[in-house]
Ligand binder design. Structure first.
Ligand code: PEP
Ligand code: MG
Length: 752
């Protein structure tokens, strides 16, 4: 093969177009196409494999291989080099194809004489529809230009084939009885669990018919009418059975504020003024914002984008007079690119057994909702939307981030028993819910919950936790364009108190910035956001923000016990400054003769290592501290908790971490200050066991941890574990996790 020029490529593409556009049988045209490519690229072979139903690639046309093999040779996606290219939609260029481990020899093709191979996927509308292959007798390497040339040719053929309807889409992807084969897609787990059901495609994008209008006034009137309907719809959702009553009031409230965002409405109005119809203007405002937001690497902005998608779609639906409430089959696995919180709540969530997203992130609102409803979620599944078809049977194994399409019967049986076992385990934890978390040797542990949304409050009673050890107040507000006023905040906190029904709640003041960038700080990107202007630093620099929040908390706590906790405190001076603001607000409240909280307790998170060297001073000032091991460990080990390459490099169960945790609990005991742990460790049974052995008596965790940790505590004799853990503090191993596991296994301690 000799190198090709740009002019050669253009000429070849135009000849290809002529052949495909010409009359005659499709087969005849494709035969001409492969011959033309082989000749122009001076290759000995050119073959075109086409994707058939059941993810099978069929040799459709070839120049150079035996004609006997045409329509006979079939390879499954993932099988052989051709299958490999289709599976990953990635080109391969090999000087010696035979020596590649994935090479499969198909005698009927007569390919014995051909050594080198270059294969590229044919992609149309985001789907792999075939594979184009060239081969030569000599074993020779291909250069990048040759590969790019073949890729361009493949793309053009795929489009031309689609236009000529060489293989109809339905023919390709519709069920063909048992010809359908299982396929595994991988993604990232956002909520673990297993779900079995049939695929339901989240509603396709609304098509816009009319684009241009010469009556902007009428269009503006349509916009305002549609916006009114939109607000009413959201209000109905908030007030309805799936809104406030279900505990989603705060998420939806935030969402409604976003729907009132002047910036968004102005952008649509401007587009209308420029001559677009309302629909086209909504789409344009959406596209412009998406492009801008996608250029920002900040995940929180991408989450706002999902809310915007949700709102834009809702508005387009209203303009089109459509409905957003699709019926679900009994067991449904919802497949979508991404999803807004109201879109998810619009479905009958009792029937939802899983959620597959092509995009999606852990802190997006839809994930929060799914977690609360215990719906397994796998996100960032490449090609989910294009490779899954409606009514495909799906096993969603969110424990390992996998989506299995059209599973074999044996696999289905296996997973059905997993679902059954999970249900039994949930029932077993529910059965011990009322039993105290006391060790066999009589040590009582207080189990509390971490919460961030009103909906989390219902878990307080479902798990029978003792209280809320960490209420992350920033959660519902993260995606807002501007911060909610005192009244709105007060109403949220009052609802939290009401739902806690007398159990204690520790409100952590705003912890924004770092991985939780709020709109307020987002236009100032930082090189090291985790070490940057975040959390208490941000709110001490914007005292009005912190004072408003403290005011809202004090007002909502009338007659209640108020517990306030400051995050990311790095020095005693910072704590003093924050505490001063709280005292000012308490005084103002008293001056207004408004009802005071029954009591006020003030504490801090221990997340920044510098505080370890001021603990003695700090402990004289605080009522309690809570160790935020998520942040503390990332700073101690200098390992970014959000960076998958290093996040799990250093184990929480390492001698260094355990020694620090031991030191903290000892100092707190000496000073008589309550101490708890509210990082992820607290909800992992083995880690929790170690924390208890180190002396911690209060653990705060997500709801899913309470059952397993309670079960573990009830089955352990602390006096046996304590000396072993004490001894591990002197270890020099990177992690003592395995040694602990073995110890626990020998004593038959249940770890969930
Ligand atoms: C922590 O850092 O351990 C913690 C509980 O806070 P967050 O995870 O909200 O940063
Ligand atoms: Mg933290």
């Amino acid at each position: 093969m000799t190198t090709f020029s740009g002019g050669d490529l253009r000429r070849m593409l135009s000849r290809l177009r002529d052949v495909m556009a010409g009359g005659g049988e499709v087969q005849g045209r494709l035969d001409k196409v492969v011959k033309l490519i082989a000749k122009d690229l001076k290759a000995d072979v050119c073959s075109c494999y086409v994707m058939r139903a059941g993810e099978v690639l069929e040799l459709f046309a070839t120049y150079g291989l035996s004609q006997r093999a045409v329509h006979l040779t079939r390879l499954r996606v993932g099988e052989g080099l051709v299958g490999e290219v289709a599976a990953h939609a990635r080109a391969l260029a090999l000087a010696d194809a035979w020596s590649h481990p994935l090479f499969v020899y198909r005698p009927e093709t007569g390919e014995d004489f051909f050594r080198s191979l270059m294969a590229v996927p044919m992609i149309q509308a985001g789907r792999v529809v075939g594979v184009l292959v060239v081969q030569t007798r000599e074993d020779r390497p291909f250069n990048d230009w040759e590969l790019e040339t073949l890729e361009t040719v493949a793309m053009v053929i795929a489009e031309l084939m689609a236009a000529a309807q060489v293989v109809k889409r339905e023919e390709l992807f519709q069920a063909e009885g048992n010809a359908l084969l299982p396929v595994r897609l991988t993604g990232v787990t956002l909520n673990p669990g297993v779900g079995i059901g049939v695929a339901v495609m989240h509603k396709p994008h609304v098509r816009i018919g009319r684009l241009v209008s010469d009556d902007p006034k009428a269009e503006l009137a349509r916009l305002h009418k549609a916006l009114n309907t939109l607000r009413k719809e959201v209000d109905t959702l908030i007030g309805g059975a799936r809104g406030e009553a279900a505990g989603f009031g705060d998420i939806l409230e935030v969402y409604r504020m976003f729907a009132d965002d002047r910036g968004w409405i102005n952008r649509i109005s401007e587009a209308i003024a420029s001559g677009l119809t309302t629909e086209a203007a909504v789409q344009k405002a959406h596209d412009d914002t998406s492009i801008r937001m996608q250029q920002l690497s900040d995940p929180i902005f991408r989450e706002r984008l999902q809310d915007l998608d949700d709102l834009s779609n809702r508005l387009l639906n209203i303009l089109n007079g459509g409905s957003l409430s699709p019926e679900l089959p009994e067991n449904a696995i919802l497949v979508c690119r991404s999803l807004g919180p109201t879109e998810l709540l619009e479905y009958d969530t009792m029937k939802l057994k899983g959620l597959v997203m092509e995009e999606g992130s852990p802190t997006m609102h839809a994930t929060v909702v799914a977690k609360t409803l215990d719906i397994p979620v796998v996100a960032q599944v490449k090609g989910a939307h294009s490779r899954i078809d409606a009514f495909d049977q799906i096993v969603l194994d969110a424990n390992v981030g996998q989506v299995i399409l059209r599973p074999a019967d044996e696999l289905l049986d296996l997973y059905s028993s997993t679902v059954e076992a999970h249900a039994q385990q949930v029932a077993a934890y529910a059965a011990i819910r009322e039993l105290p978390a006391v060790t066999e040797d009589g040590i009582a542990i207080s189990l509390c919950l971490n919460a961030g949304f009103l909906i989390d409050m219902q878990n307080l009673f479902e798990t029978n936790a003792d209280g809320i050890g960490l209420y992350r107040t920033e959660m519902p507000f993260l995606s807002l364009p501007s911060f909610p006023d005192v009244g709105t905040q007060q109403s949220f906190y009052a609802q939290v108190f009401a739902k806690a029904a007398g159990k204690s709640v520790t409100f952590r003041t705003l912890d924004v910035g770092g991985d939780k960038i709020a709109a307020a700080s987002a236009n100032m990107p930082e090189d090291n956001p985790a070490l940057g202007w975040r959390s208490i630093r941000l709110t001490l620099d914007r005292p009005a923000l912190l004072r408003q929040q403290l005011r809202a908390l004090i007002r909502s706590a009338a007659g209640q016990n108020l517990r306030v906790m400051f995050p990311m405190i790095a020095s005693v001076a910072e704590f003093d400054a924050a505490r001063r603001l709280l005292d000012i607000e308490l005084e103002c409240h008293a001056d207004r003769h408004e009802e005071m909280p029954a009591s006020v307790k003030v504490g801090t998170m221990l997340e920044v290592p510098s505080l370890l060297w001021q603990l003695d001073k700090l402990l004289k000032r605080v009522d309690f501290i809570s160790v935020g091991t998520n942040d503390l460990l990332q700073f101690i080990f200098a390992a970014d908790r959000g960076n998958t390459r290093v996040a799990s490099r250093y184990d929480a169960l390492s001698p260094a971490a355990l020694r620090i945790l031991r030191m903290v609990v000892e100092e707190c005991e000496e000073s008589g200050v309550d101490v708890s742990v509210c990082g992820e460790m607290a909800g992992q049974p083995l880690d929790a066991l170690v924390l208890i052995a180190l002396g911690y008596r209060t653990l705060s965790m997500s709801a899913s941890g309470v059952g397993p940790v309670r079960a573990m505590i009830r089955g352990v004799r602390l006096s046996e574990i304590e000396p072993f853990v004490a001894q591990l503090l002197n270890s020099t191993e990177a992690s003592v996790r395995e040694r602990l596991r073995a110890f626990v296994r020998d004593r038959n301690i249940l770890l969930g």
